[in-house]
Design a protein around this ligand. Structure first.
Ligand SMILES: CC(C)(COP(=O)(O)OP(=O)(O)OC[C@H]1O[C@@H](n2cnc3c(N)ncnc32)[C@H](O)[C@@H]1OP(=O)(O)O)[C@@H](O)C(=O)NCCC(=O)NCCS
Length: 170
């Protein structure tokens, strides 16, 4: 069973240990301990531990940019063991929260062109590639960030999300 719980400072060794693993350094952005701690403590950020059967299995970071008209930005998603369905279920759980509890109108993220696995996960959950018009592009970039070189945005509207994502649970 995949669940989410808010991260605490006590989770930092797990989070940074996973993030800095040799096979993750090139695959995902790297934050200092202080940056993770700031996200854990900020009211505008969400930092979640993904648990599988009660044990830490990954983490997810999101930015609440609703006040800026920029929805909810899923900044980072990383799981320890790949291709076991954990990433899909964890993101589905998070989307239930973003669209249900937060009432976000849309969620979005950026993904590298070559990251086929992540793109498969996002597409399965209903995300589509977004090539934003200039005004929206500016708003999303200002509220969160612009896609890095070689990456693009994907977006999921609330109206395209069937609550609860729990229906994905095997
Ligand atoms: C991306 C990530 C979070 C996905 O989590 P996961 O638990 O591995 O993914 P799942 O097992 O839930 O689903 C993987 C899907 O990708 C598919 N897949 C696996 N490798 C693939 C590939 N090379 N090309 C296309 N699809 C692929 C699987 O078939 C599966 O799709 P399905 O459920 O429709 O069969 C995880 O792999 C990860 O942490 N990767 C490293 C960090 C990263 O890339 N994060 C995202 C940054 S945008």
């Amino acid at each position: 069973m995949v669940t989410l719980r808010p991260s605490t400072a006590a989770d930092l060794p797990f989070v940074t240990g996973l993030e800095r693993r040799d096979d993750h350094v090139a695959a995902i952005g790297q934050w200092t301990d202080l940056e993770h701690l700031a996200a854990i403590q900020s009211p505008k950020r969400e930092h979640w531990i993904i648990e599988f059967d009660g044990f830490p299995a990954g983490y997810l970071i999101a930015f609440d940019a609703r006040a800026e008209g920029a929805g909810v930005y899923v900044k980072r998603l990383l799981v320890s063991e790949k291709d076991k369905g954990i990433g899909t279920l964890a993101l589905a759980r998070y989307l239930d929260h973003a669209f249900g509890d937060l009432g976000a109108r849309f969620t979005w993220l950026t993904v590298r062109e070559g990251n086929s696995r992540a793109q498969a996960v996002y597409r399965r959950l209903g995300f589509h590639r977004l090539d934003a018009a200039p005004e929206l592009d500016r708003r999303l970039s200002t509220a969160a960030e612009a896609p890095a070189a070689g990456a693009f945005r994907m977006l999921l509207k609330a109206s395209d999300w069937d609550l609860p994502g729990a229906s994905l649970q095997p």
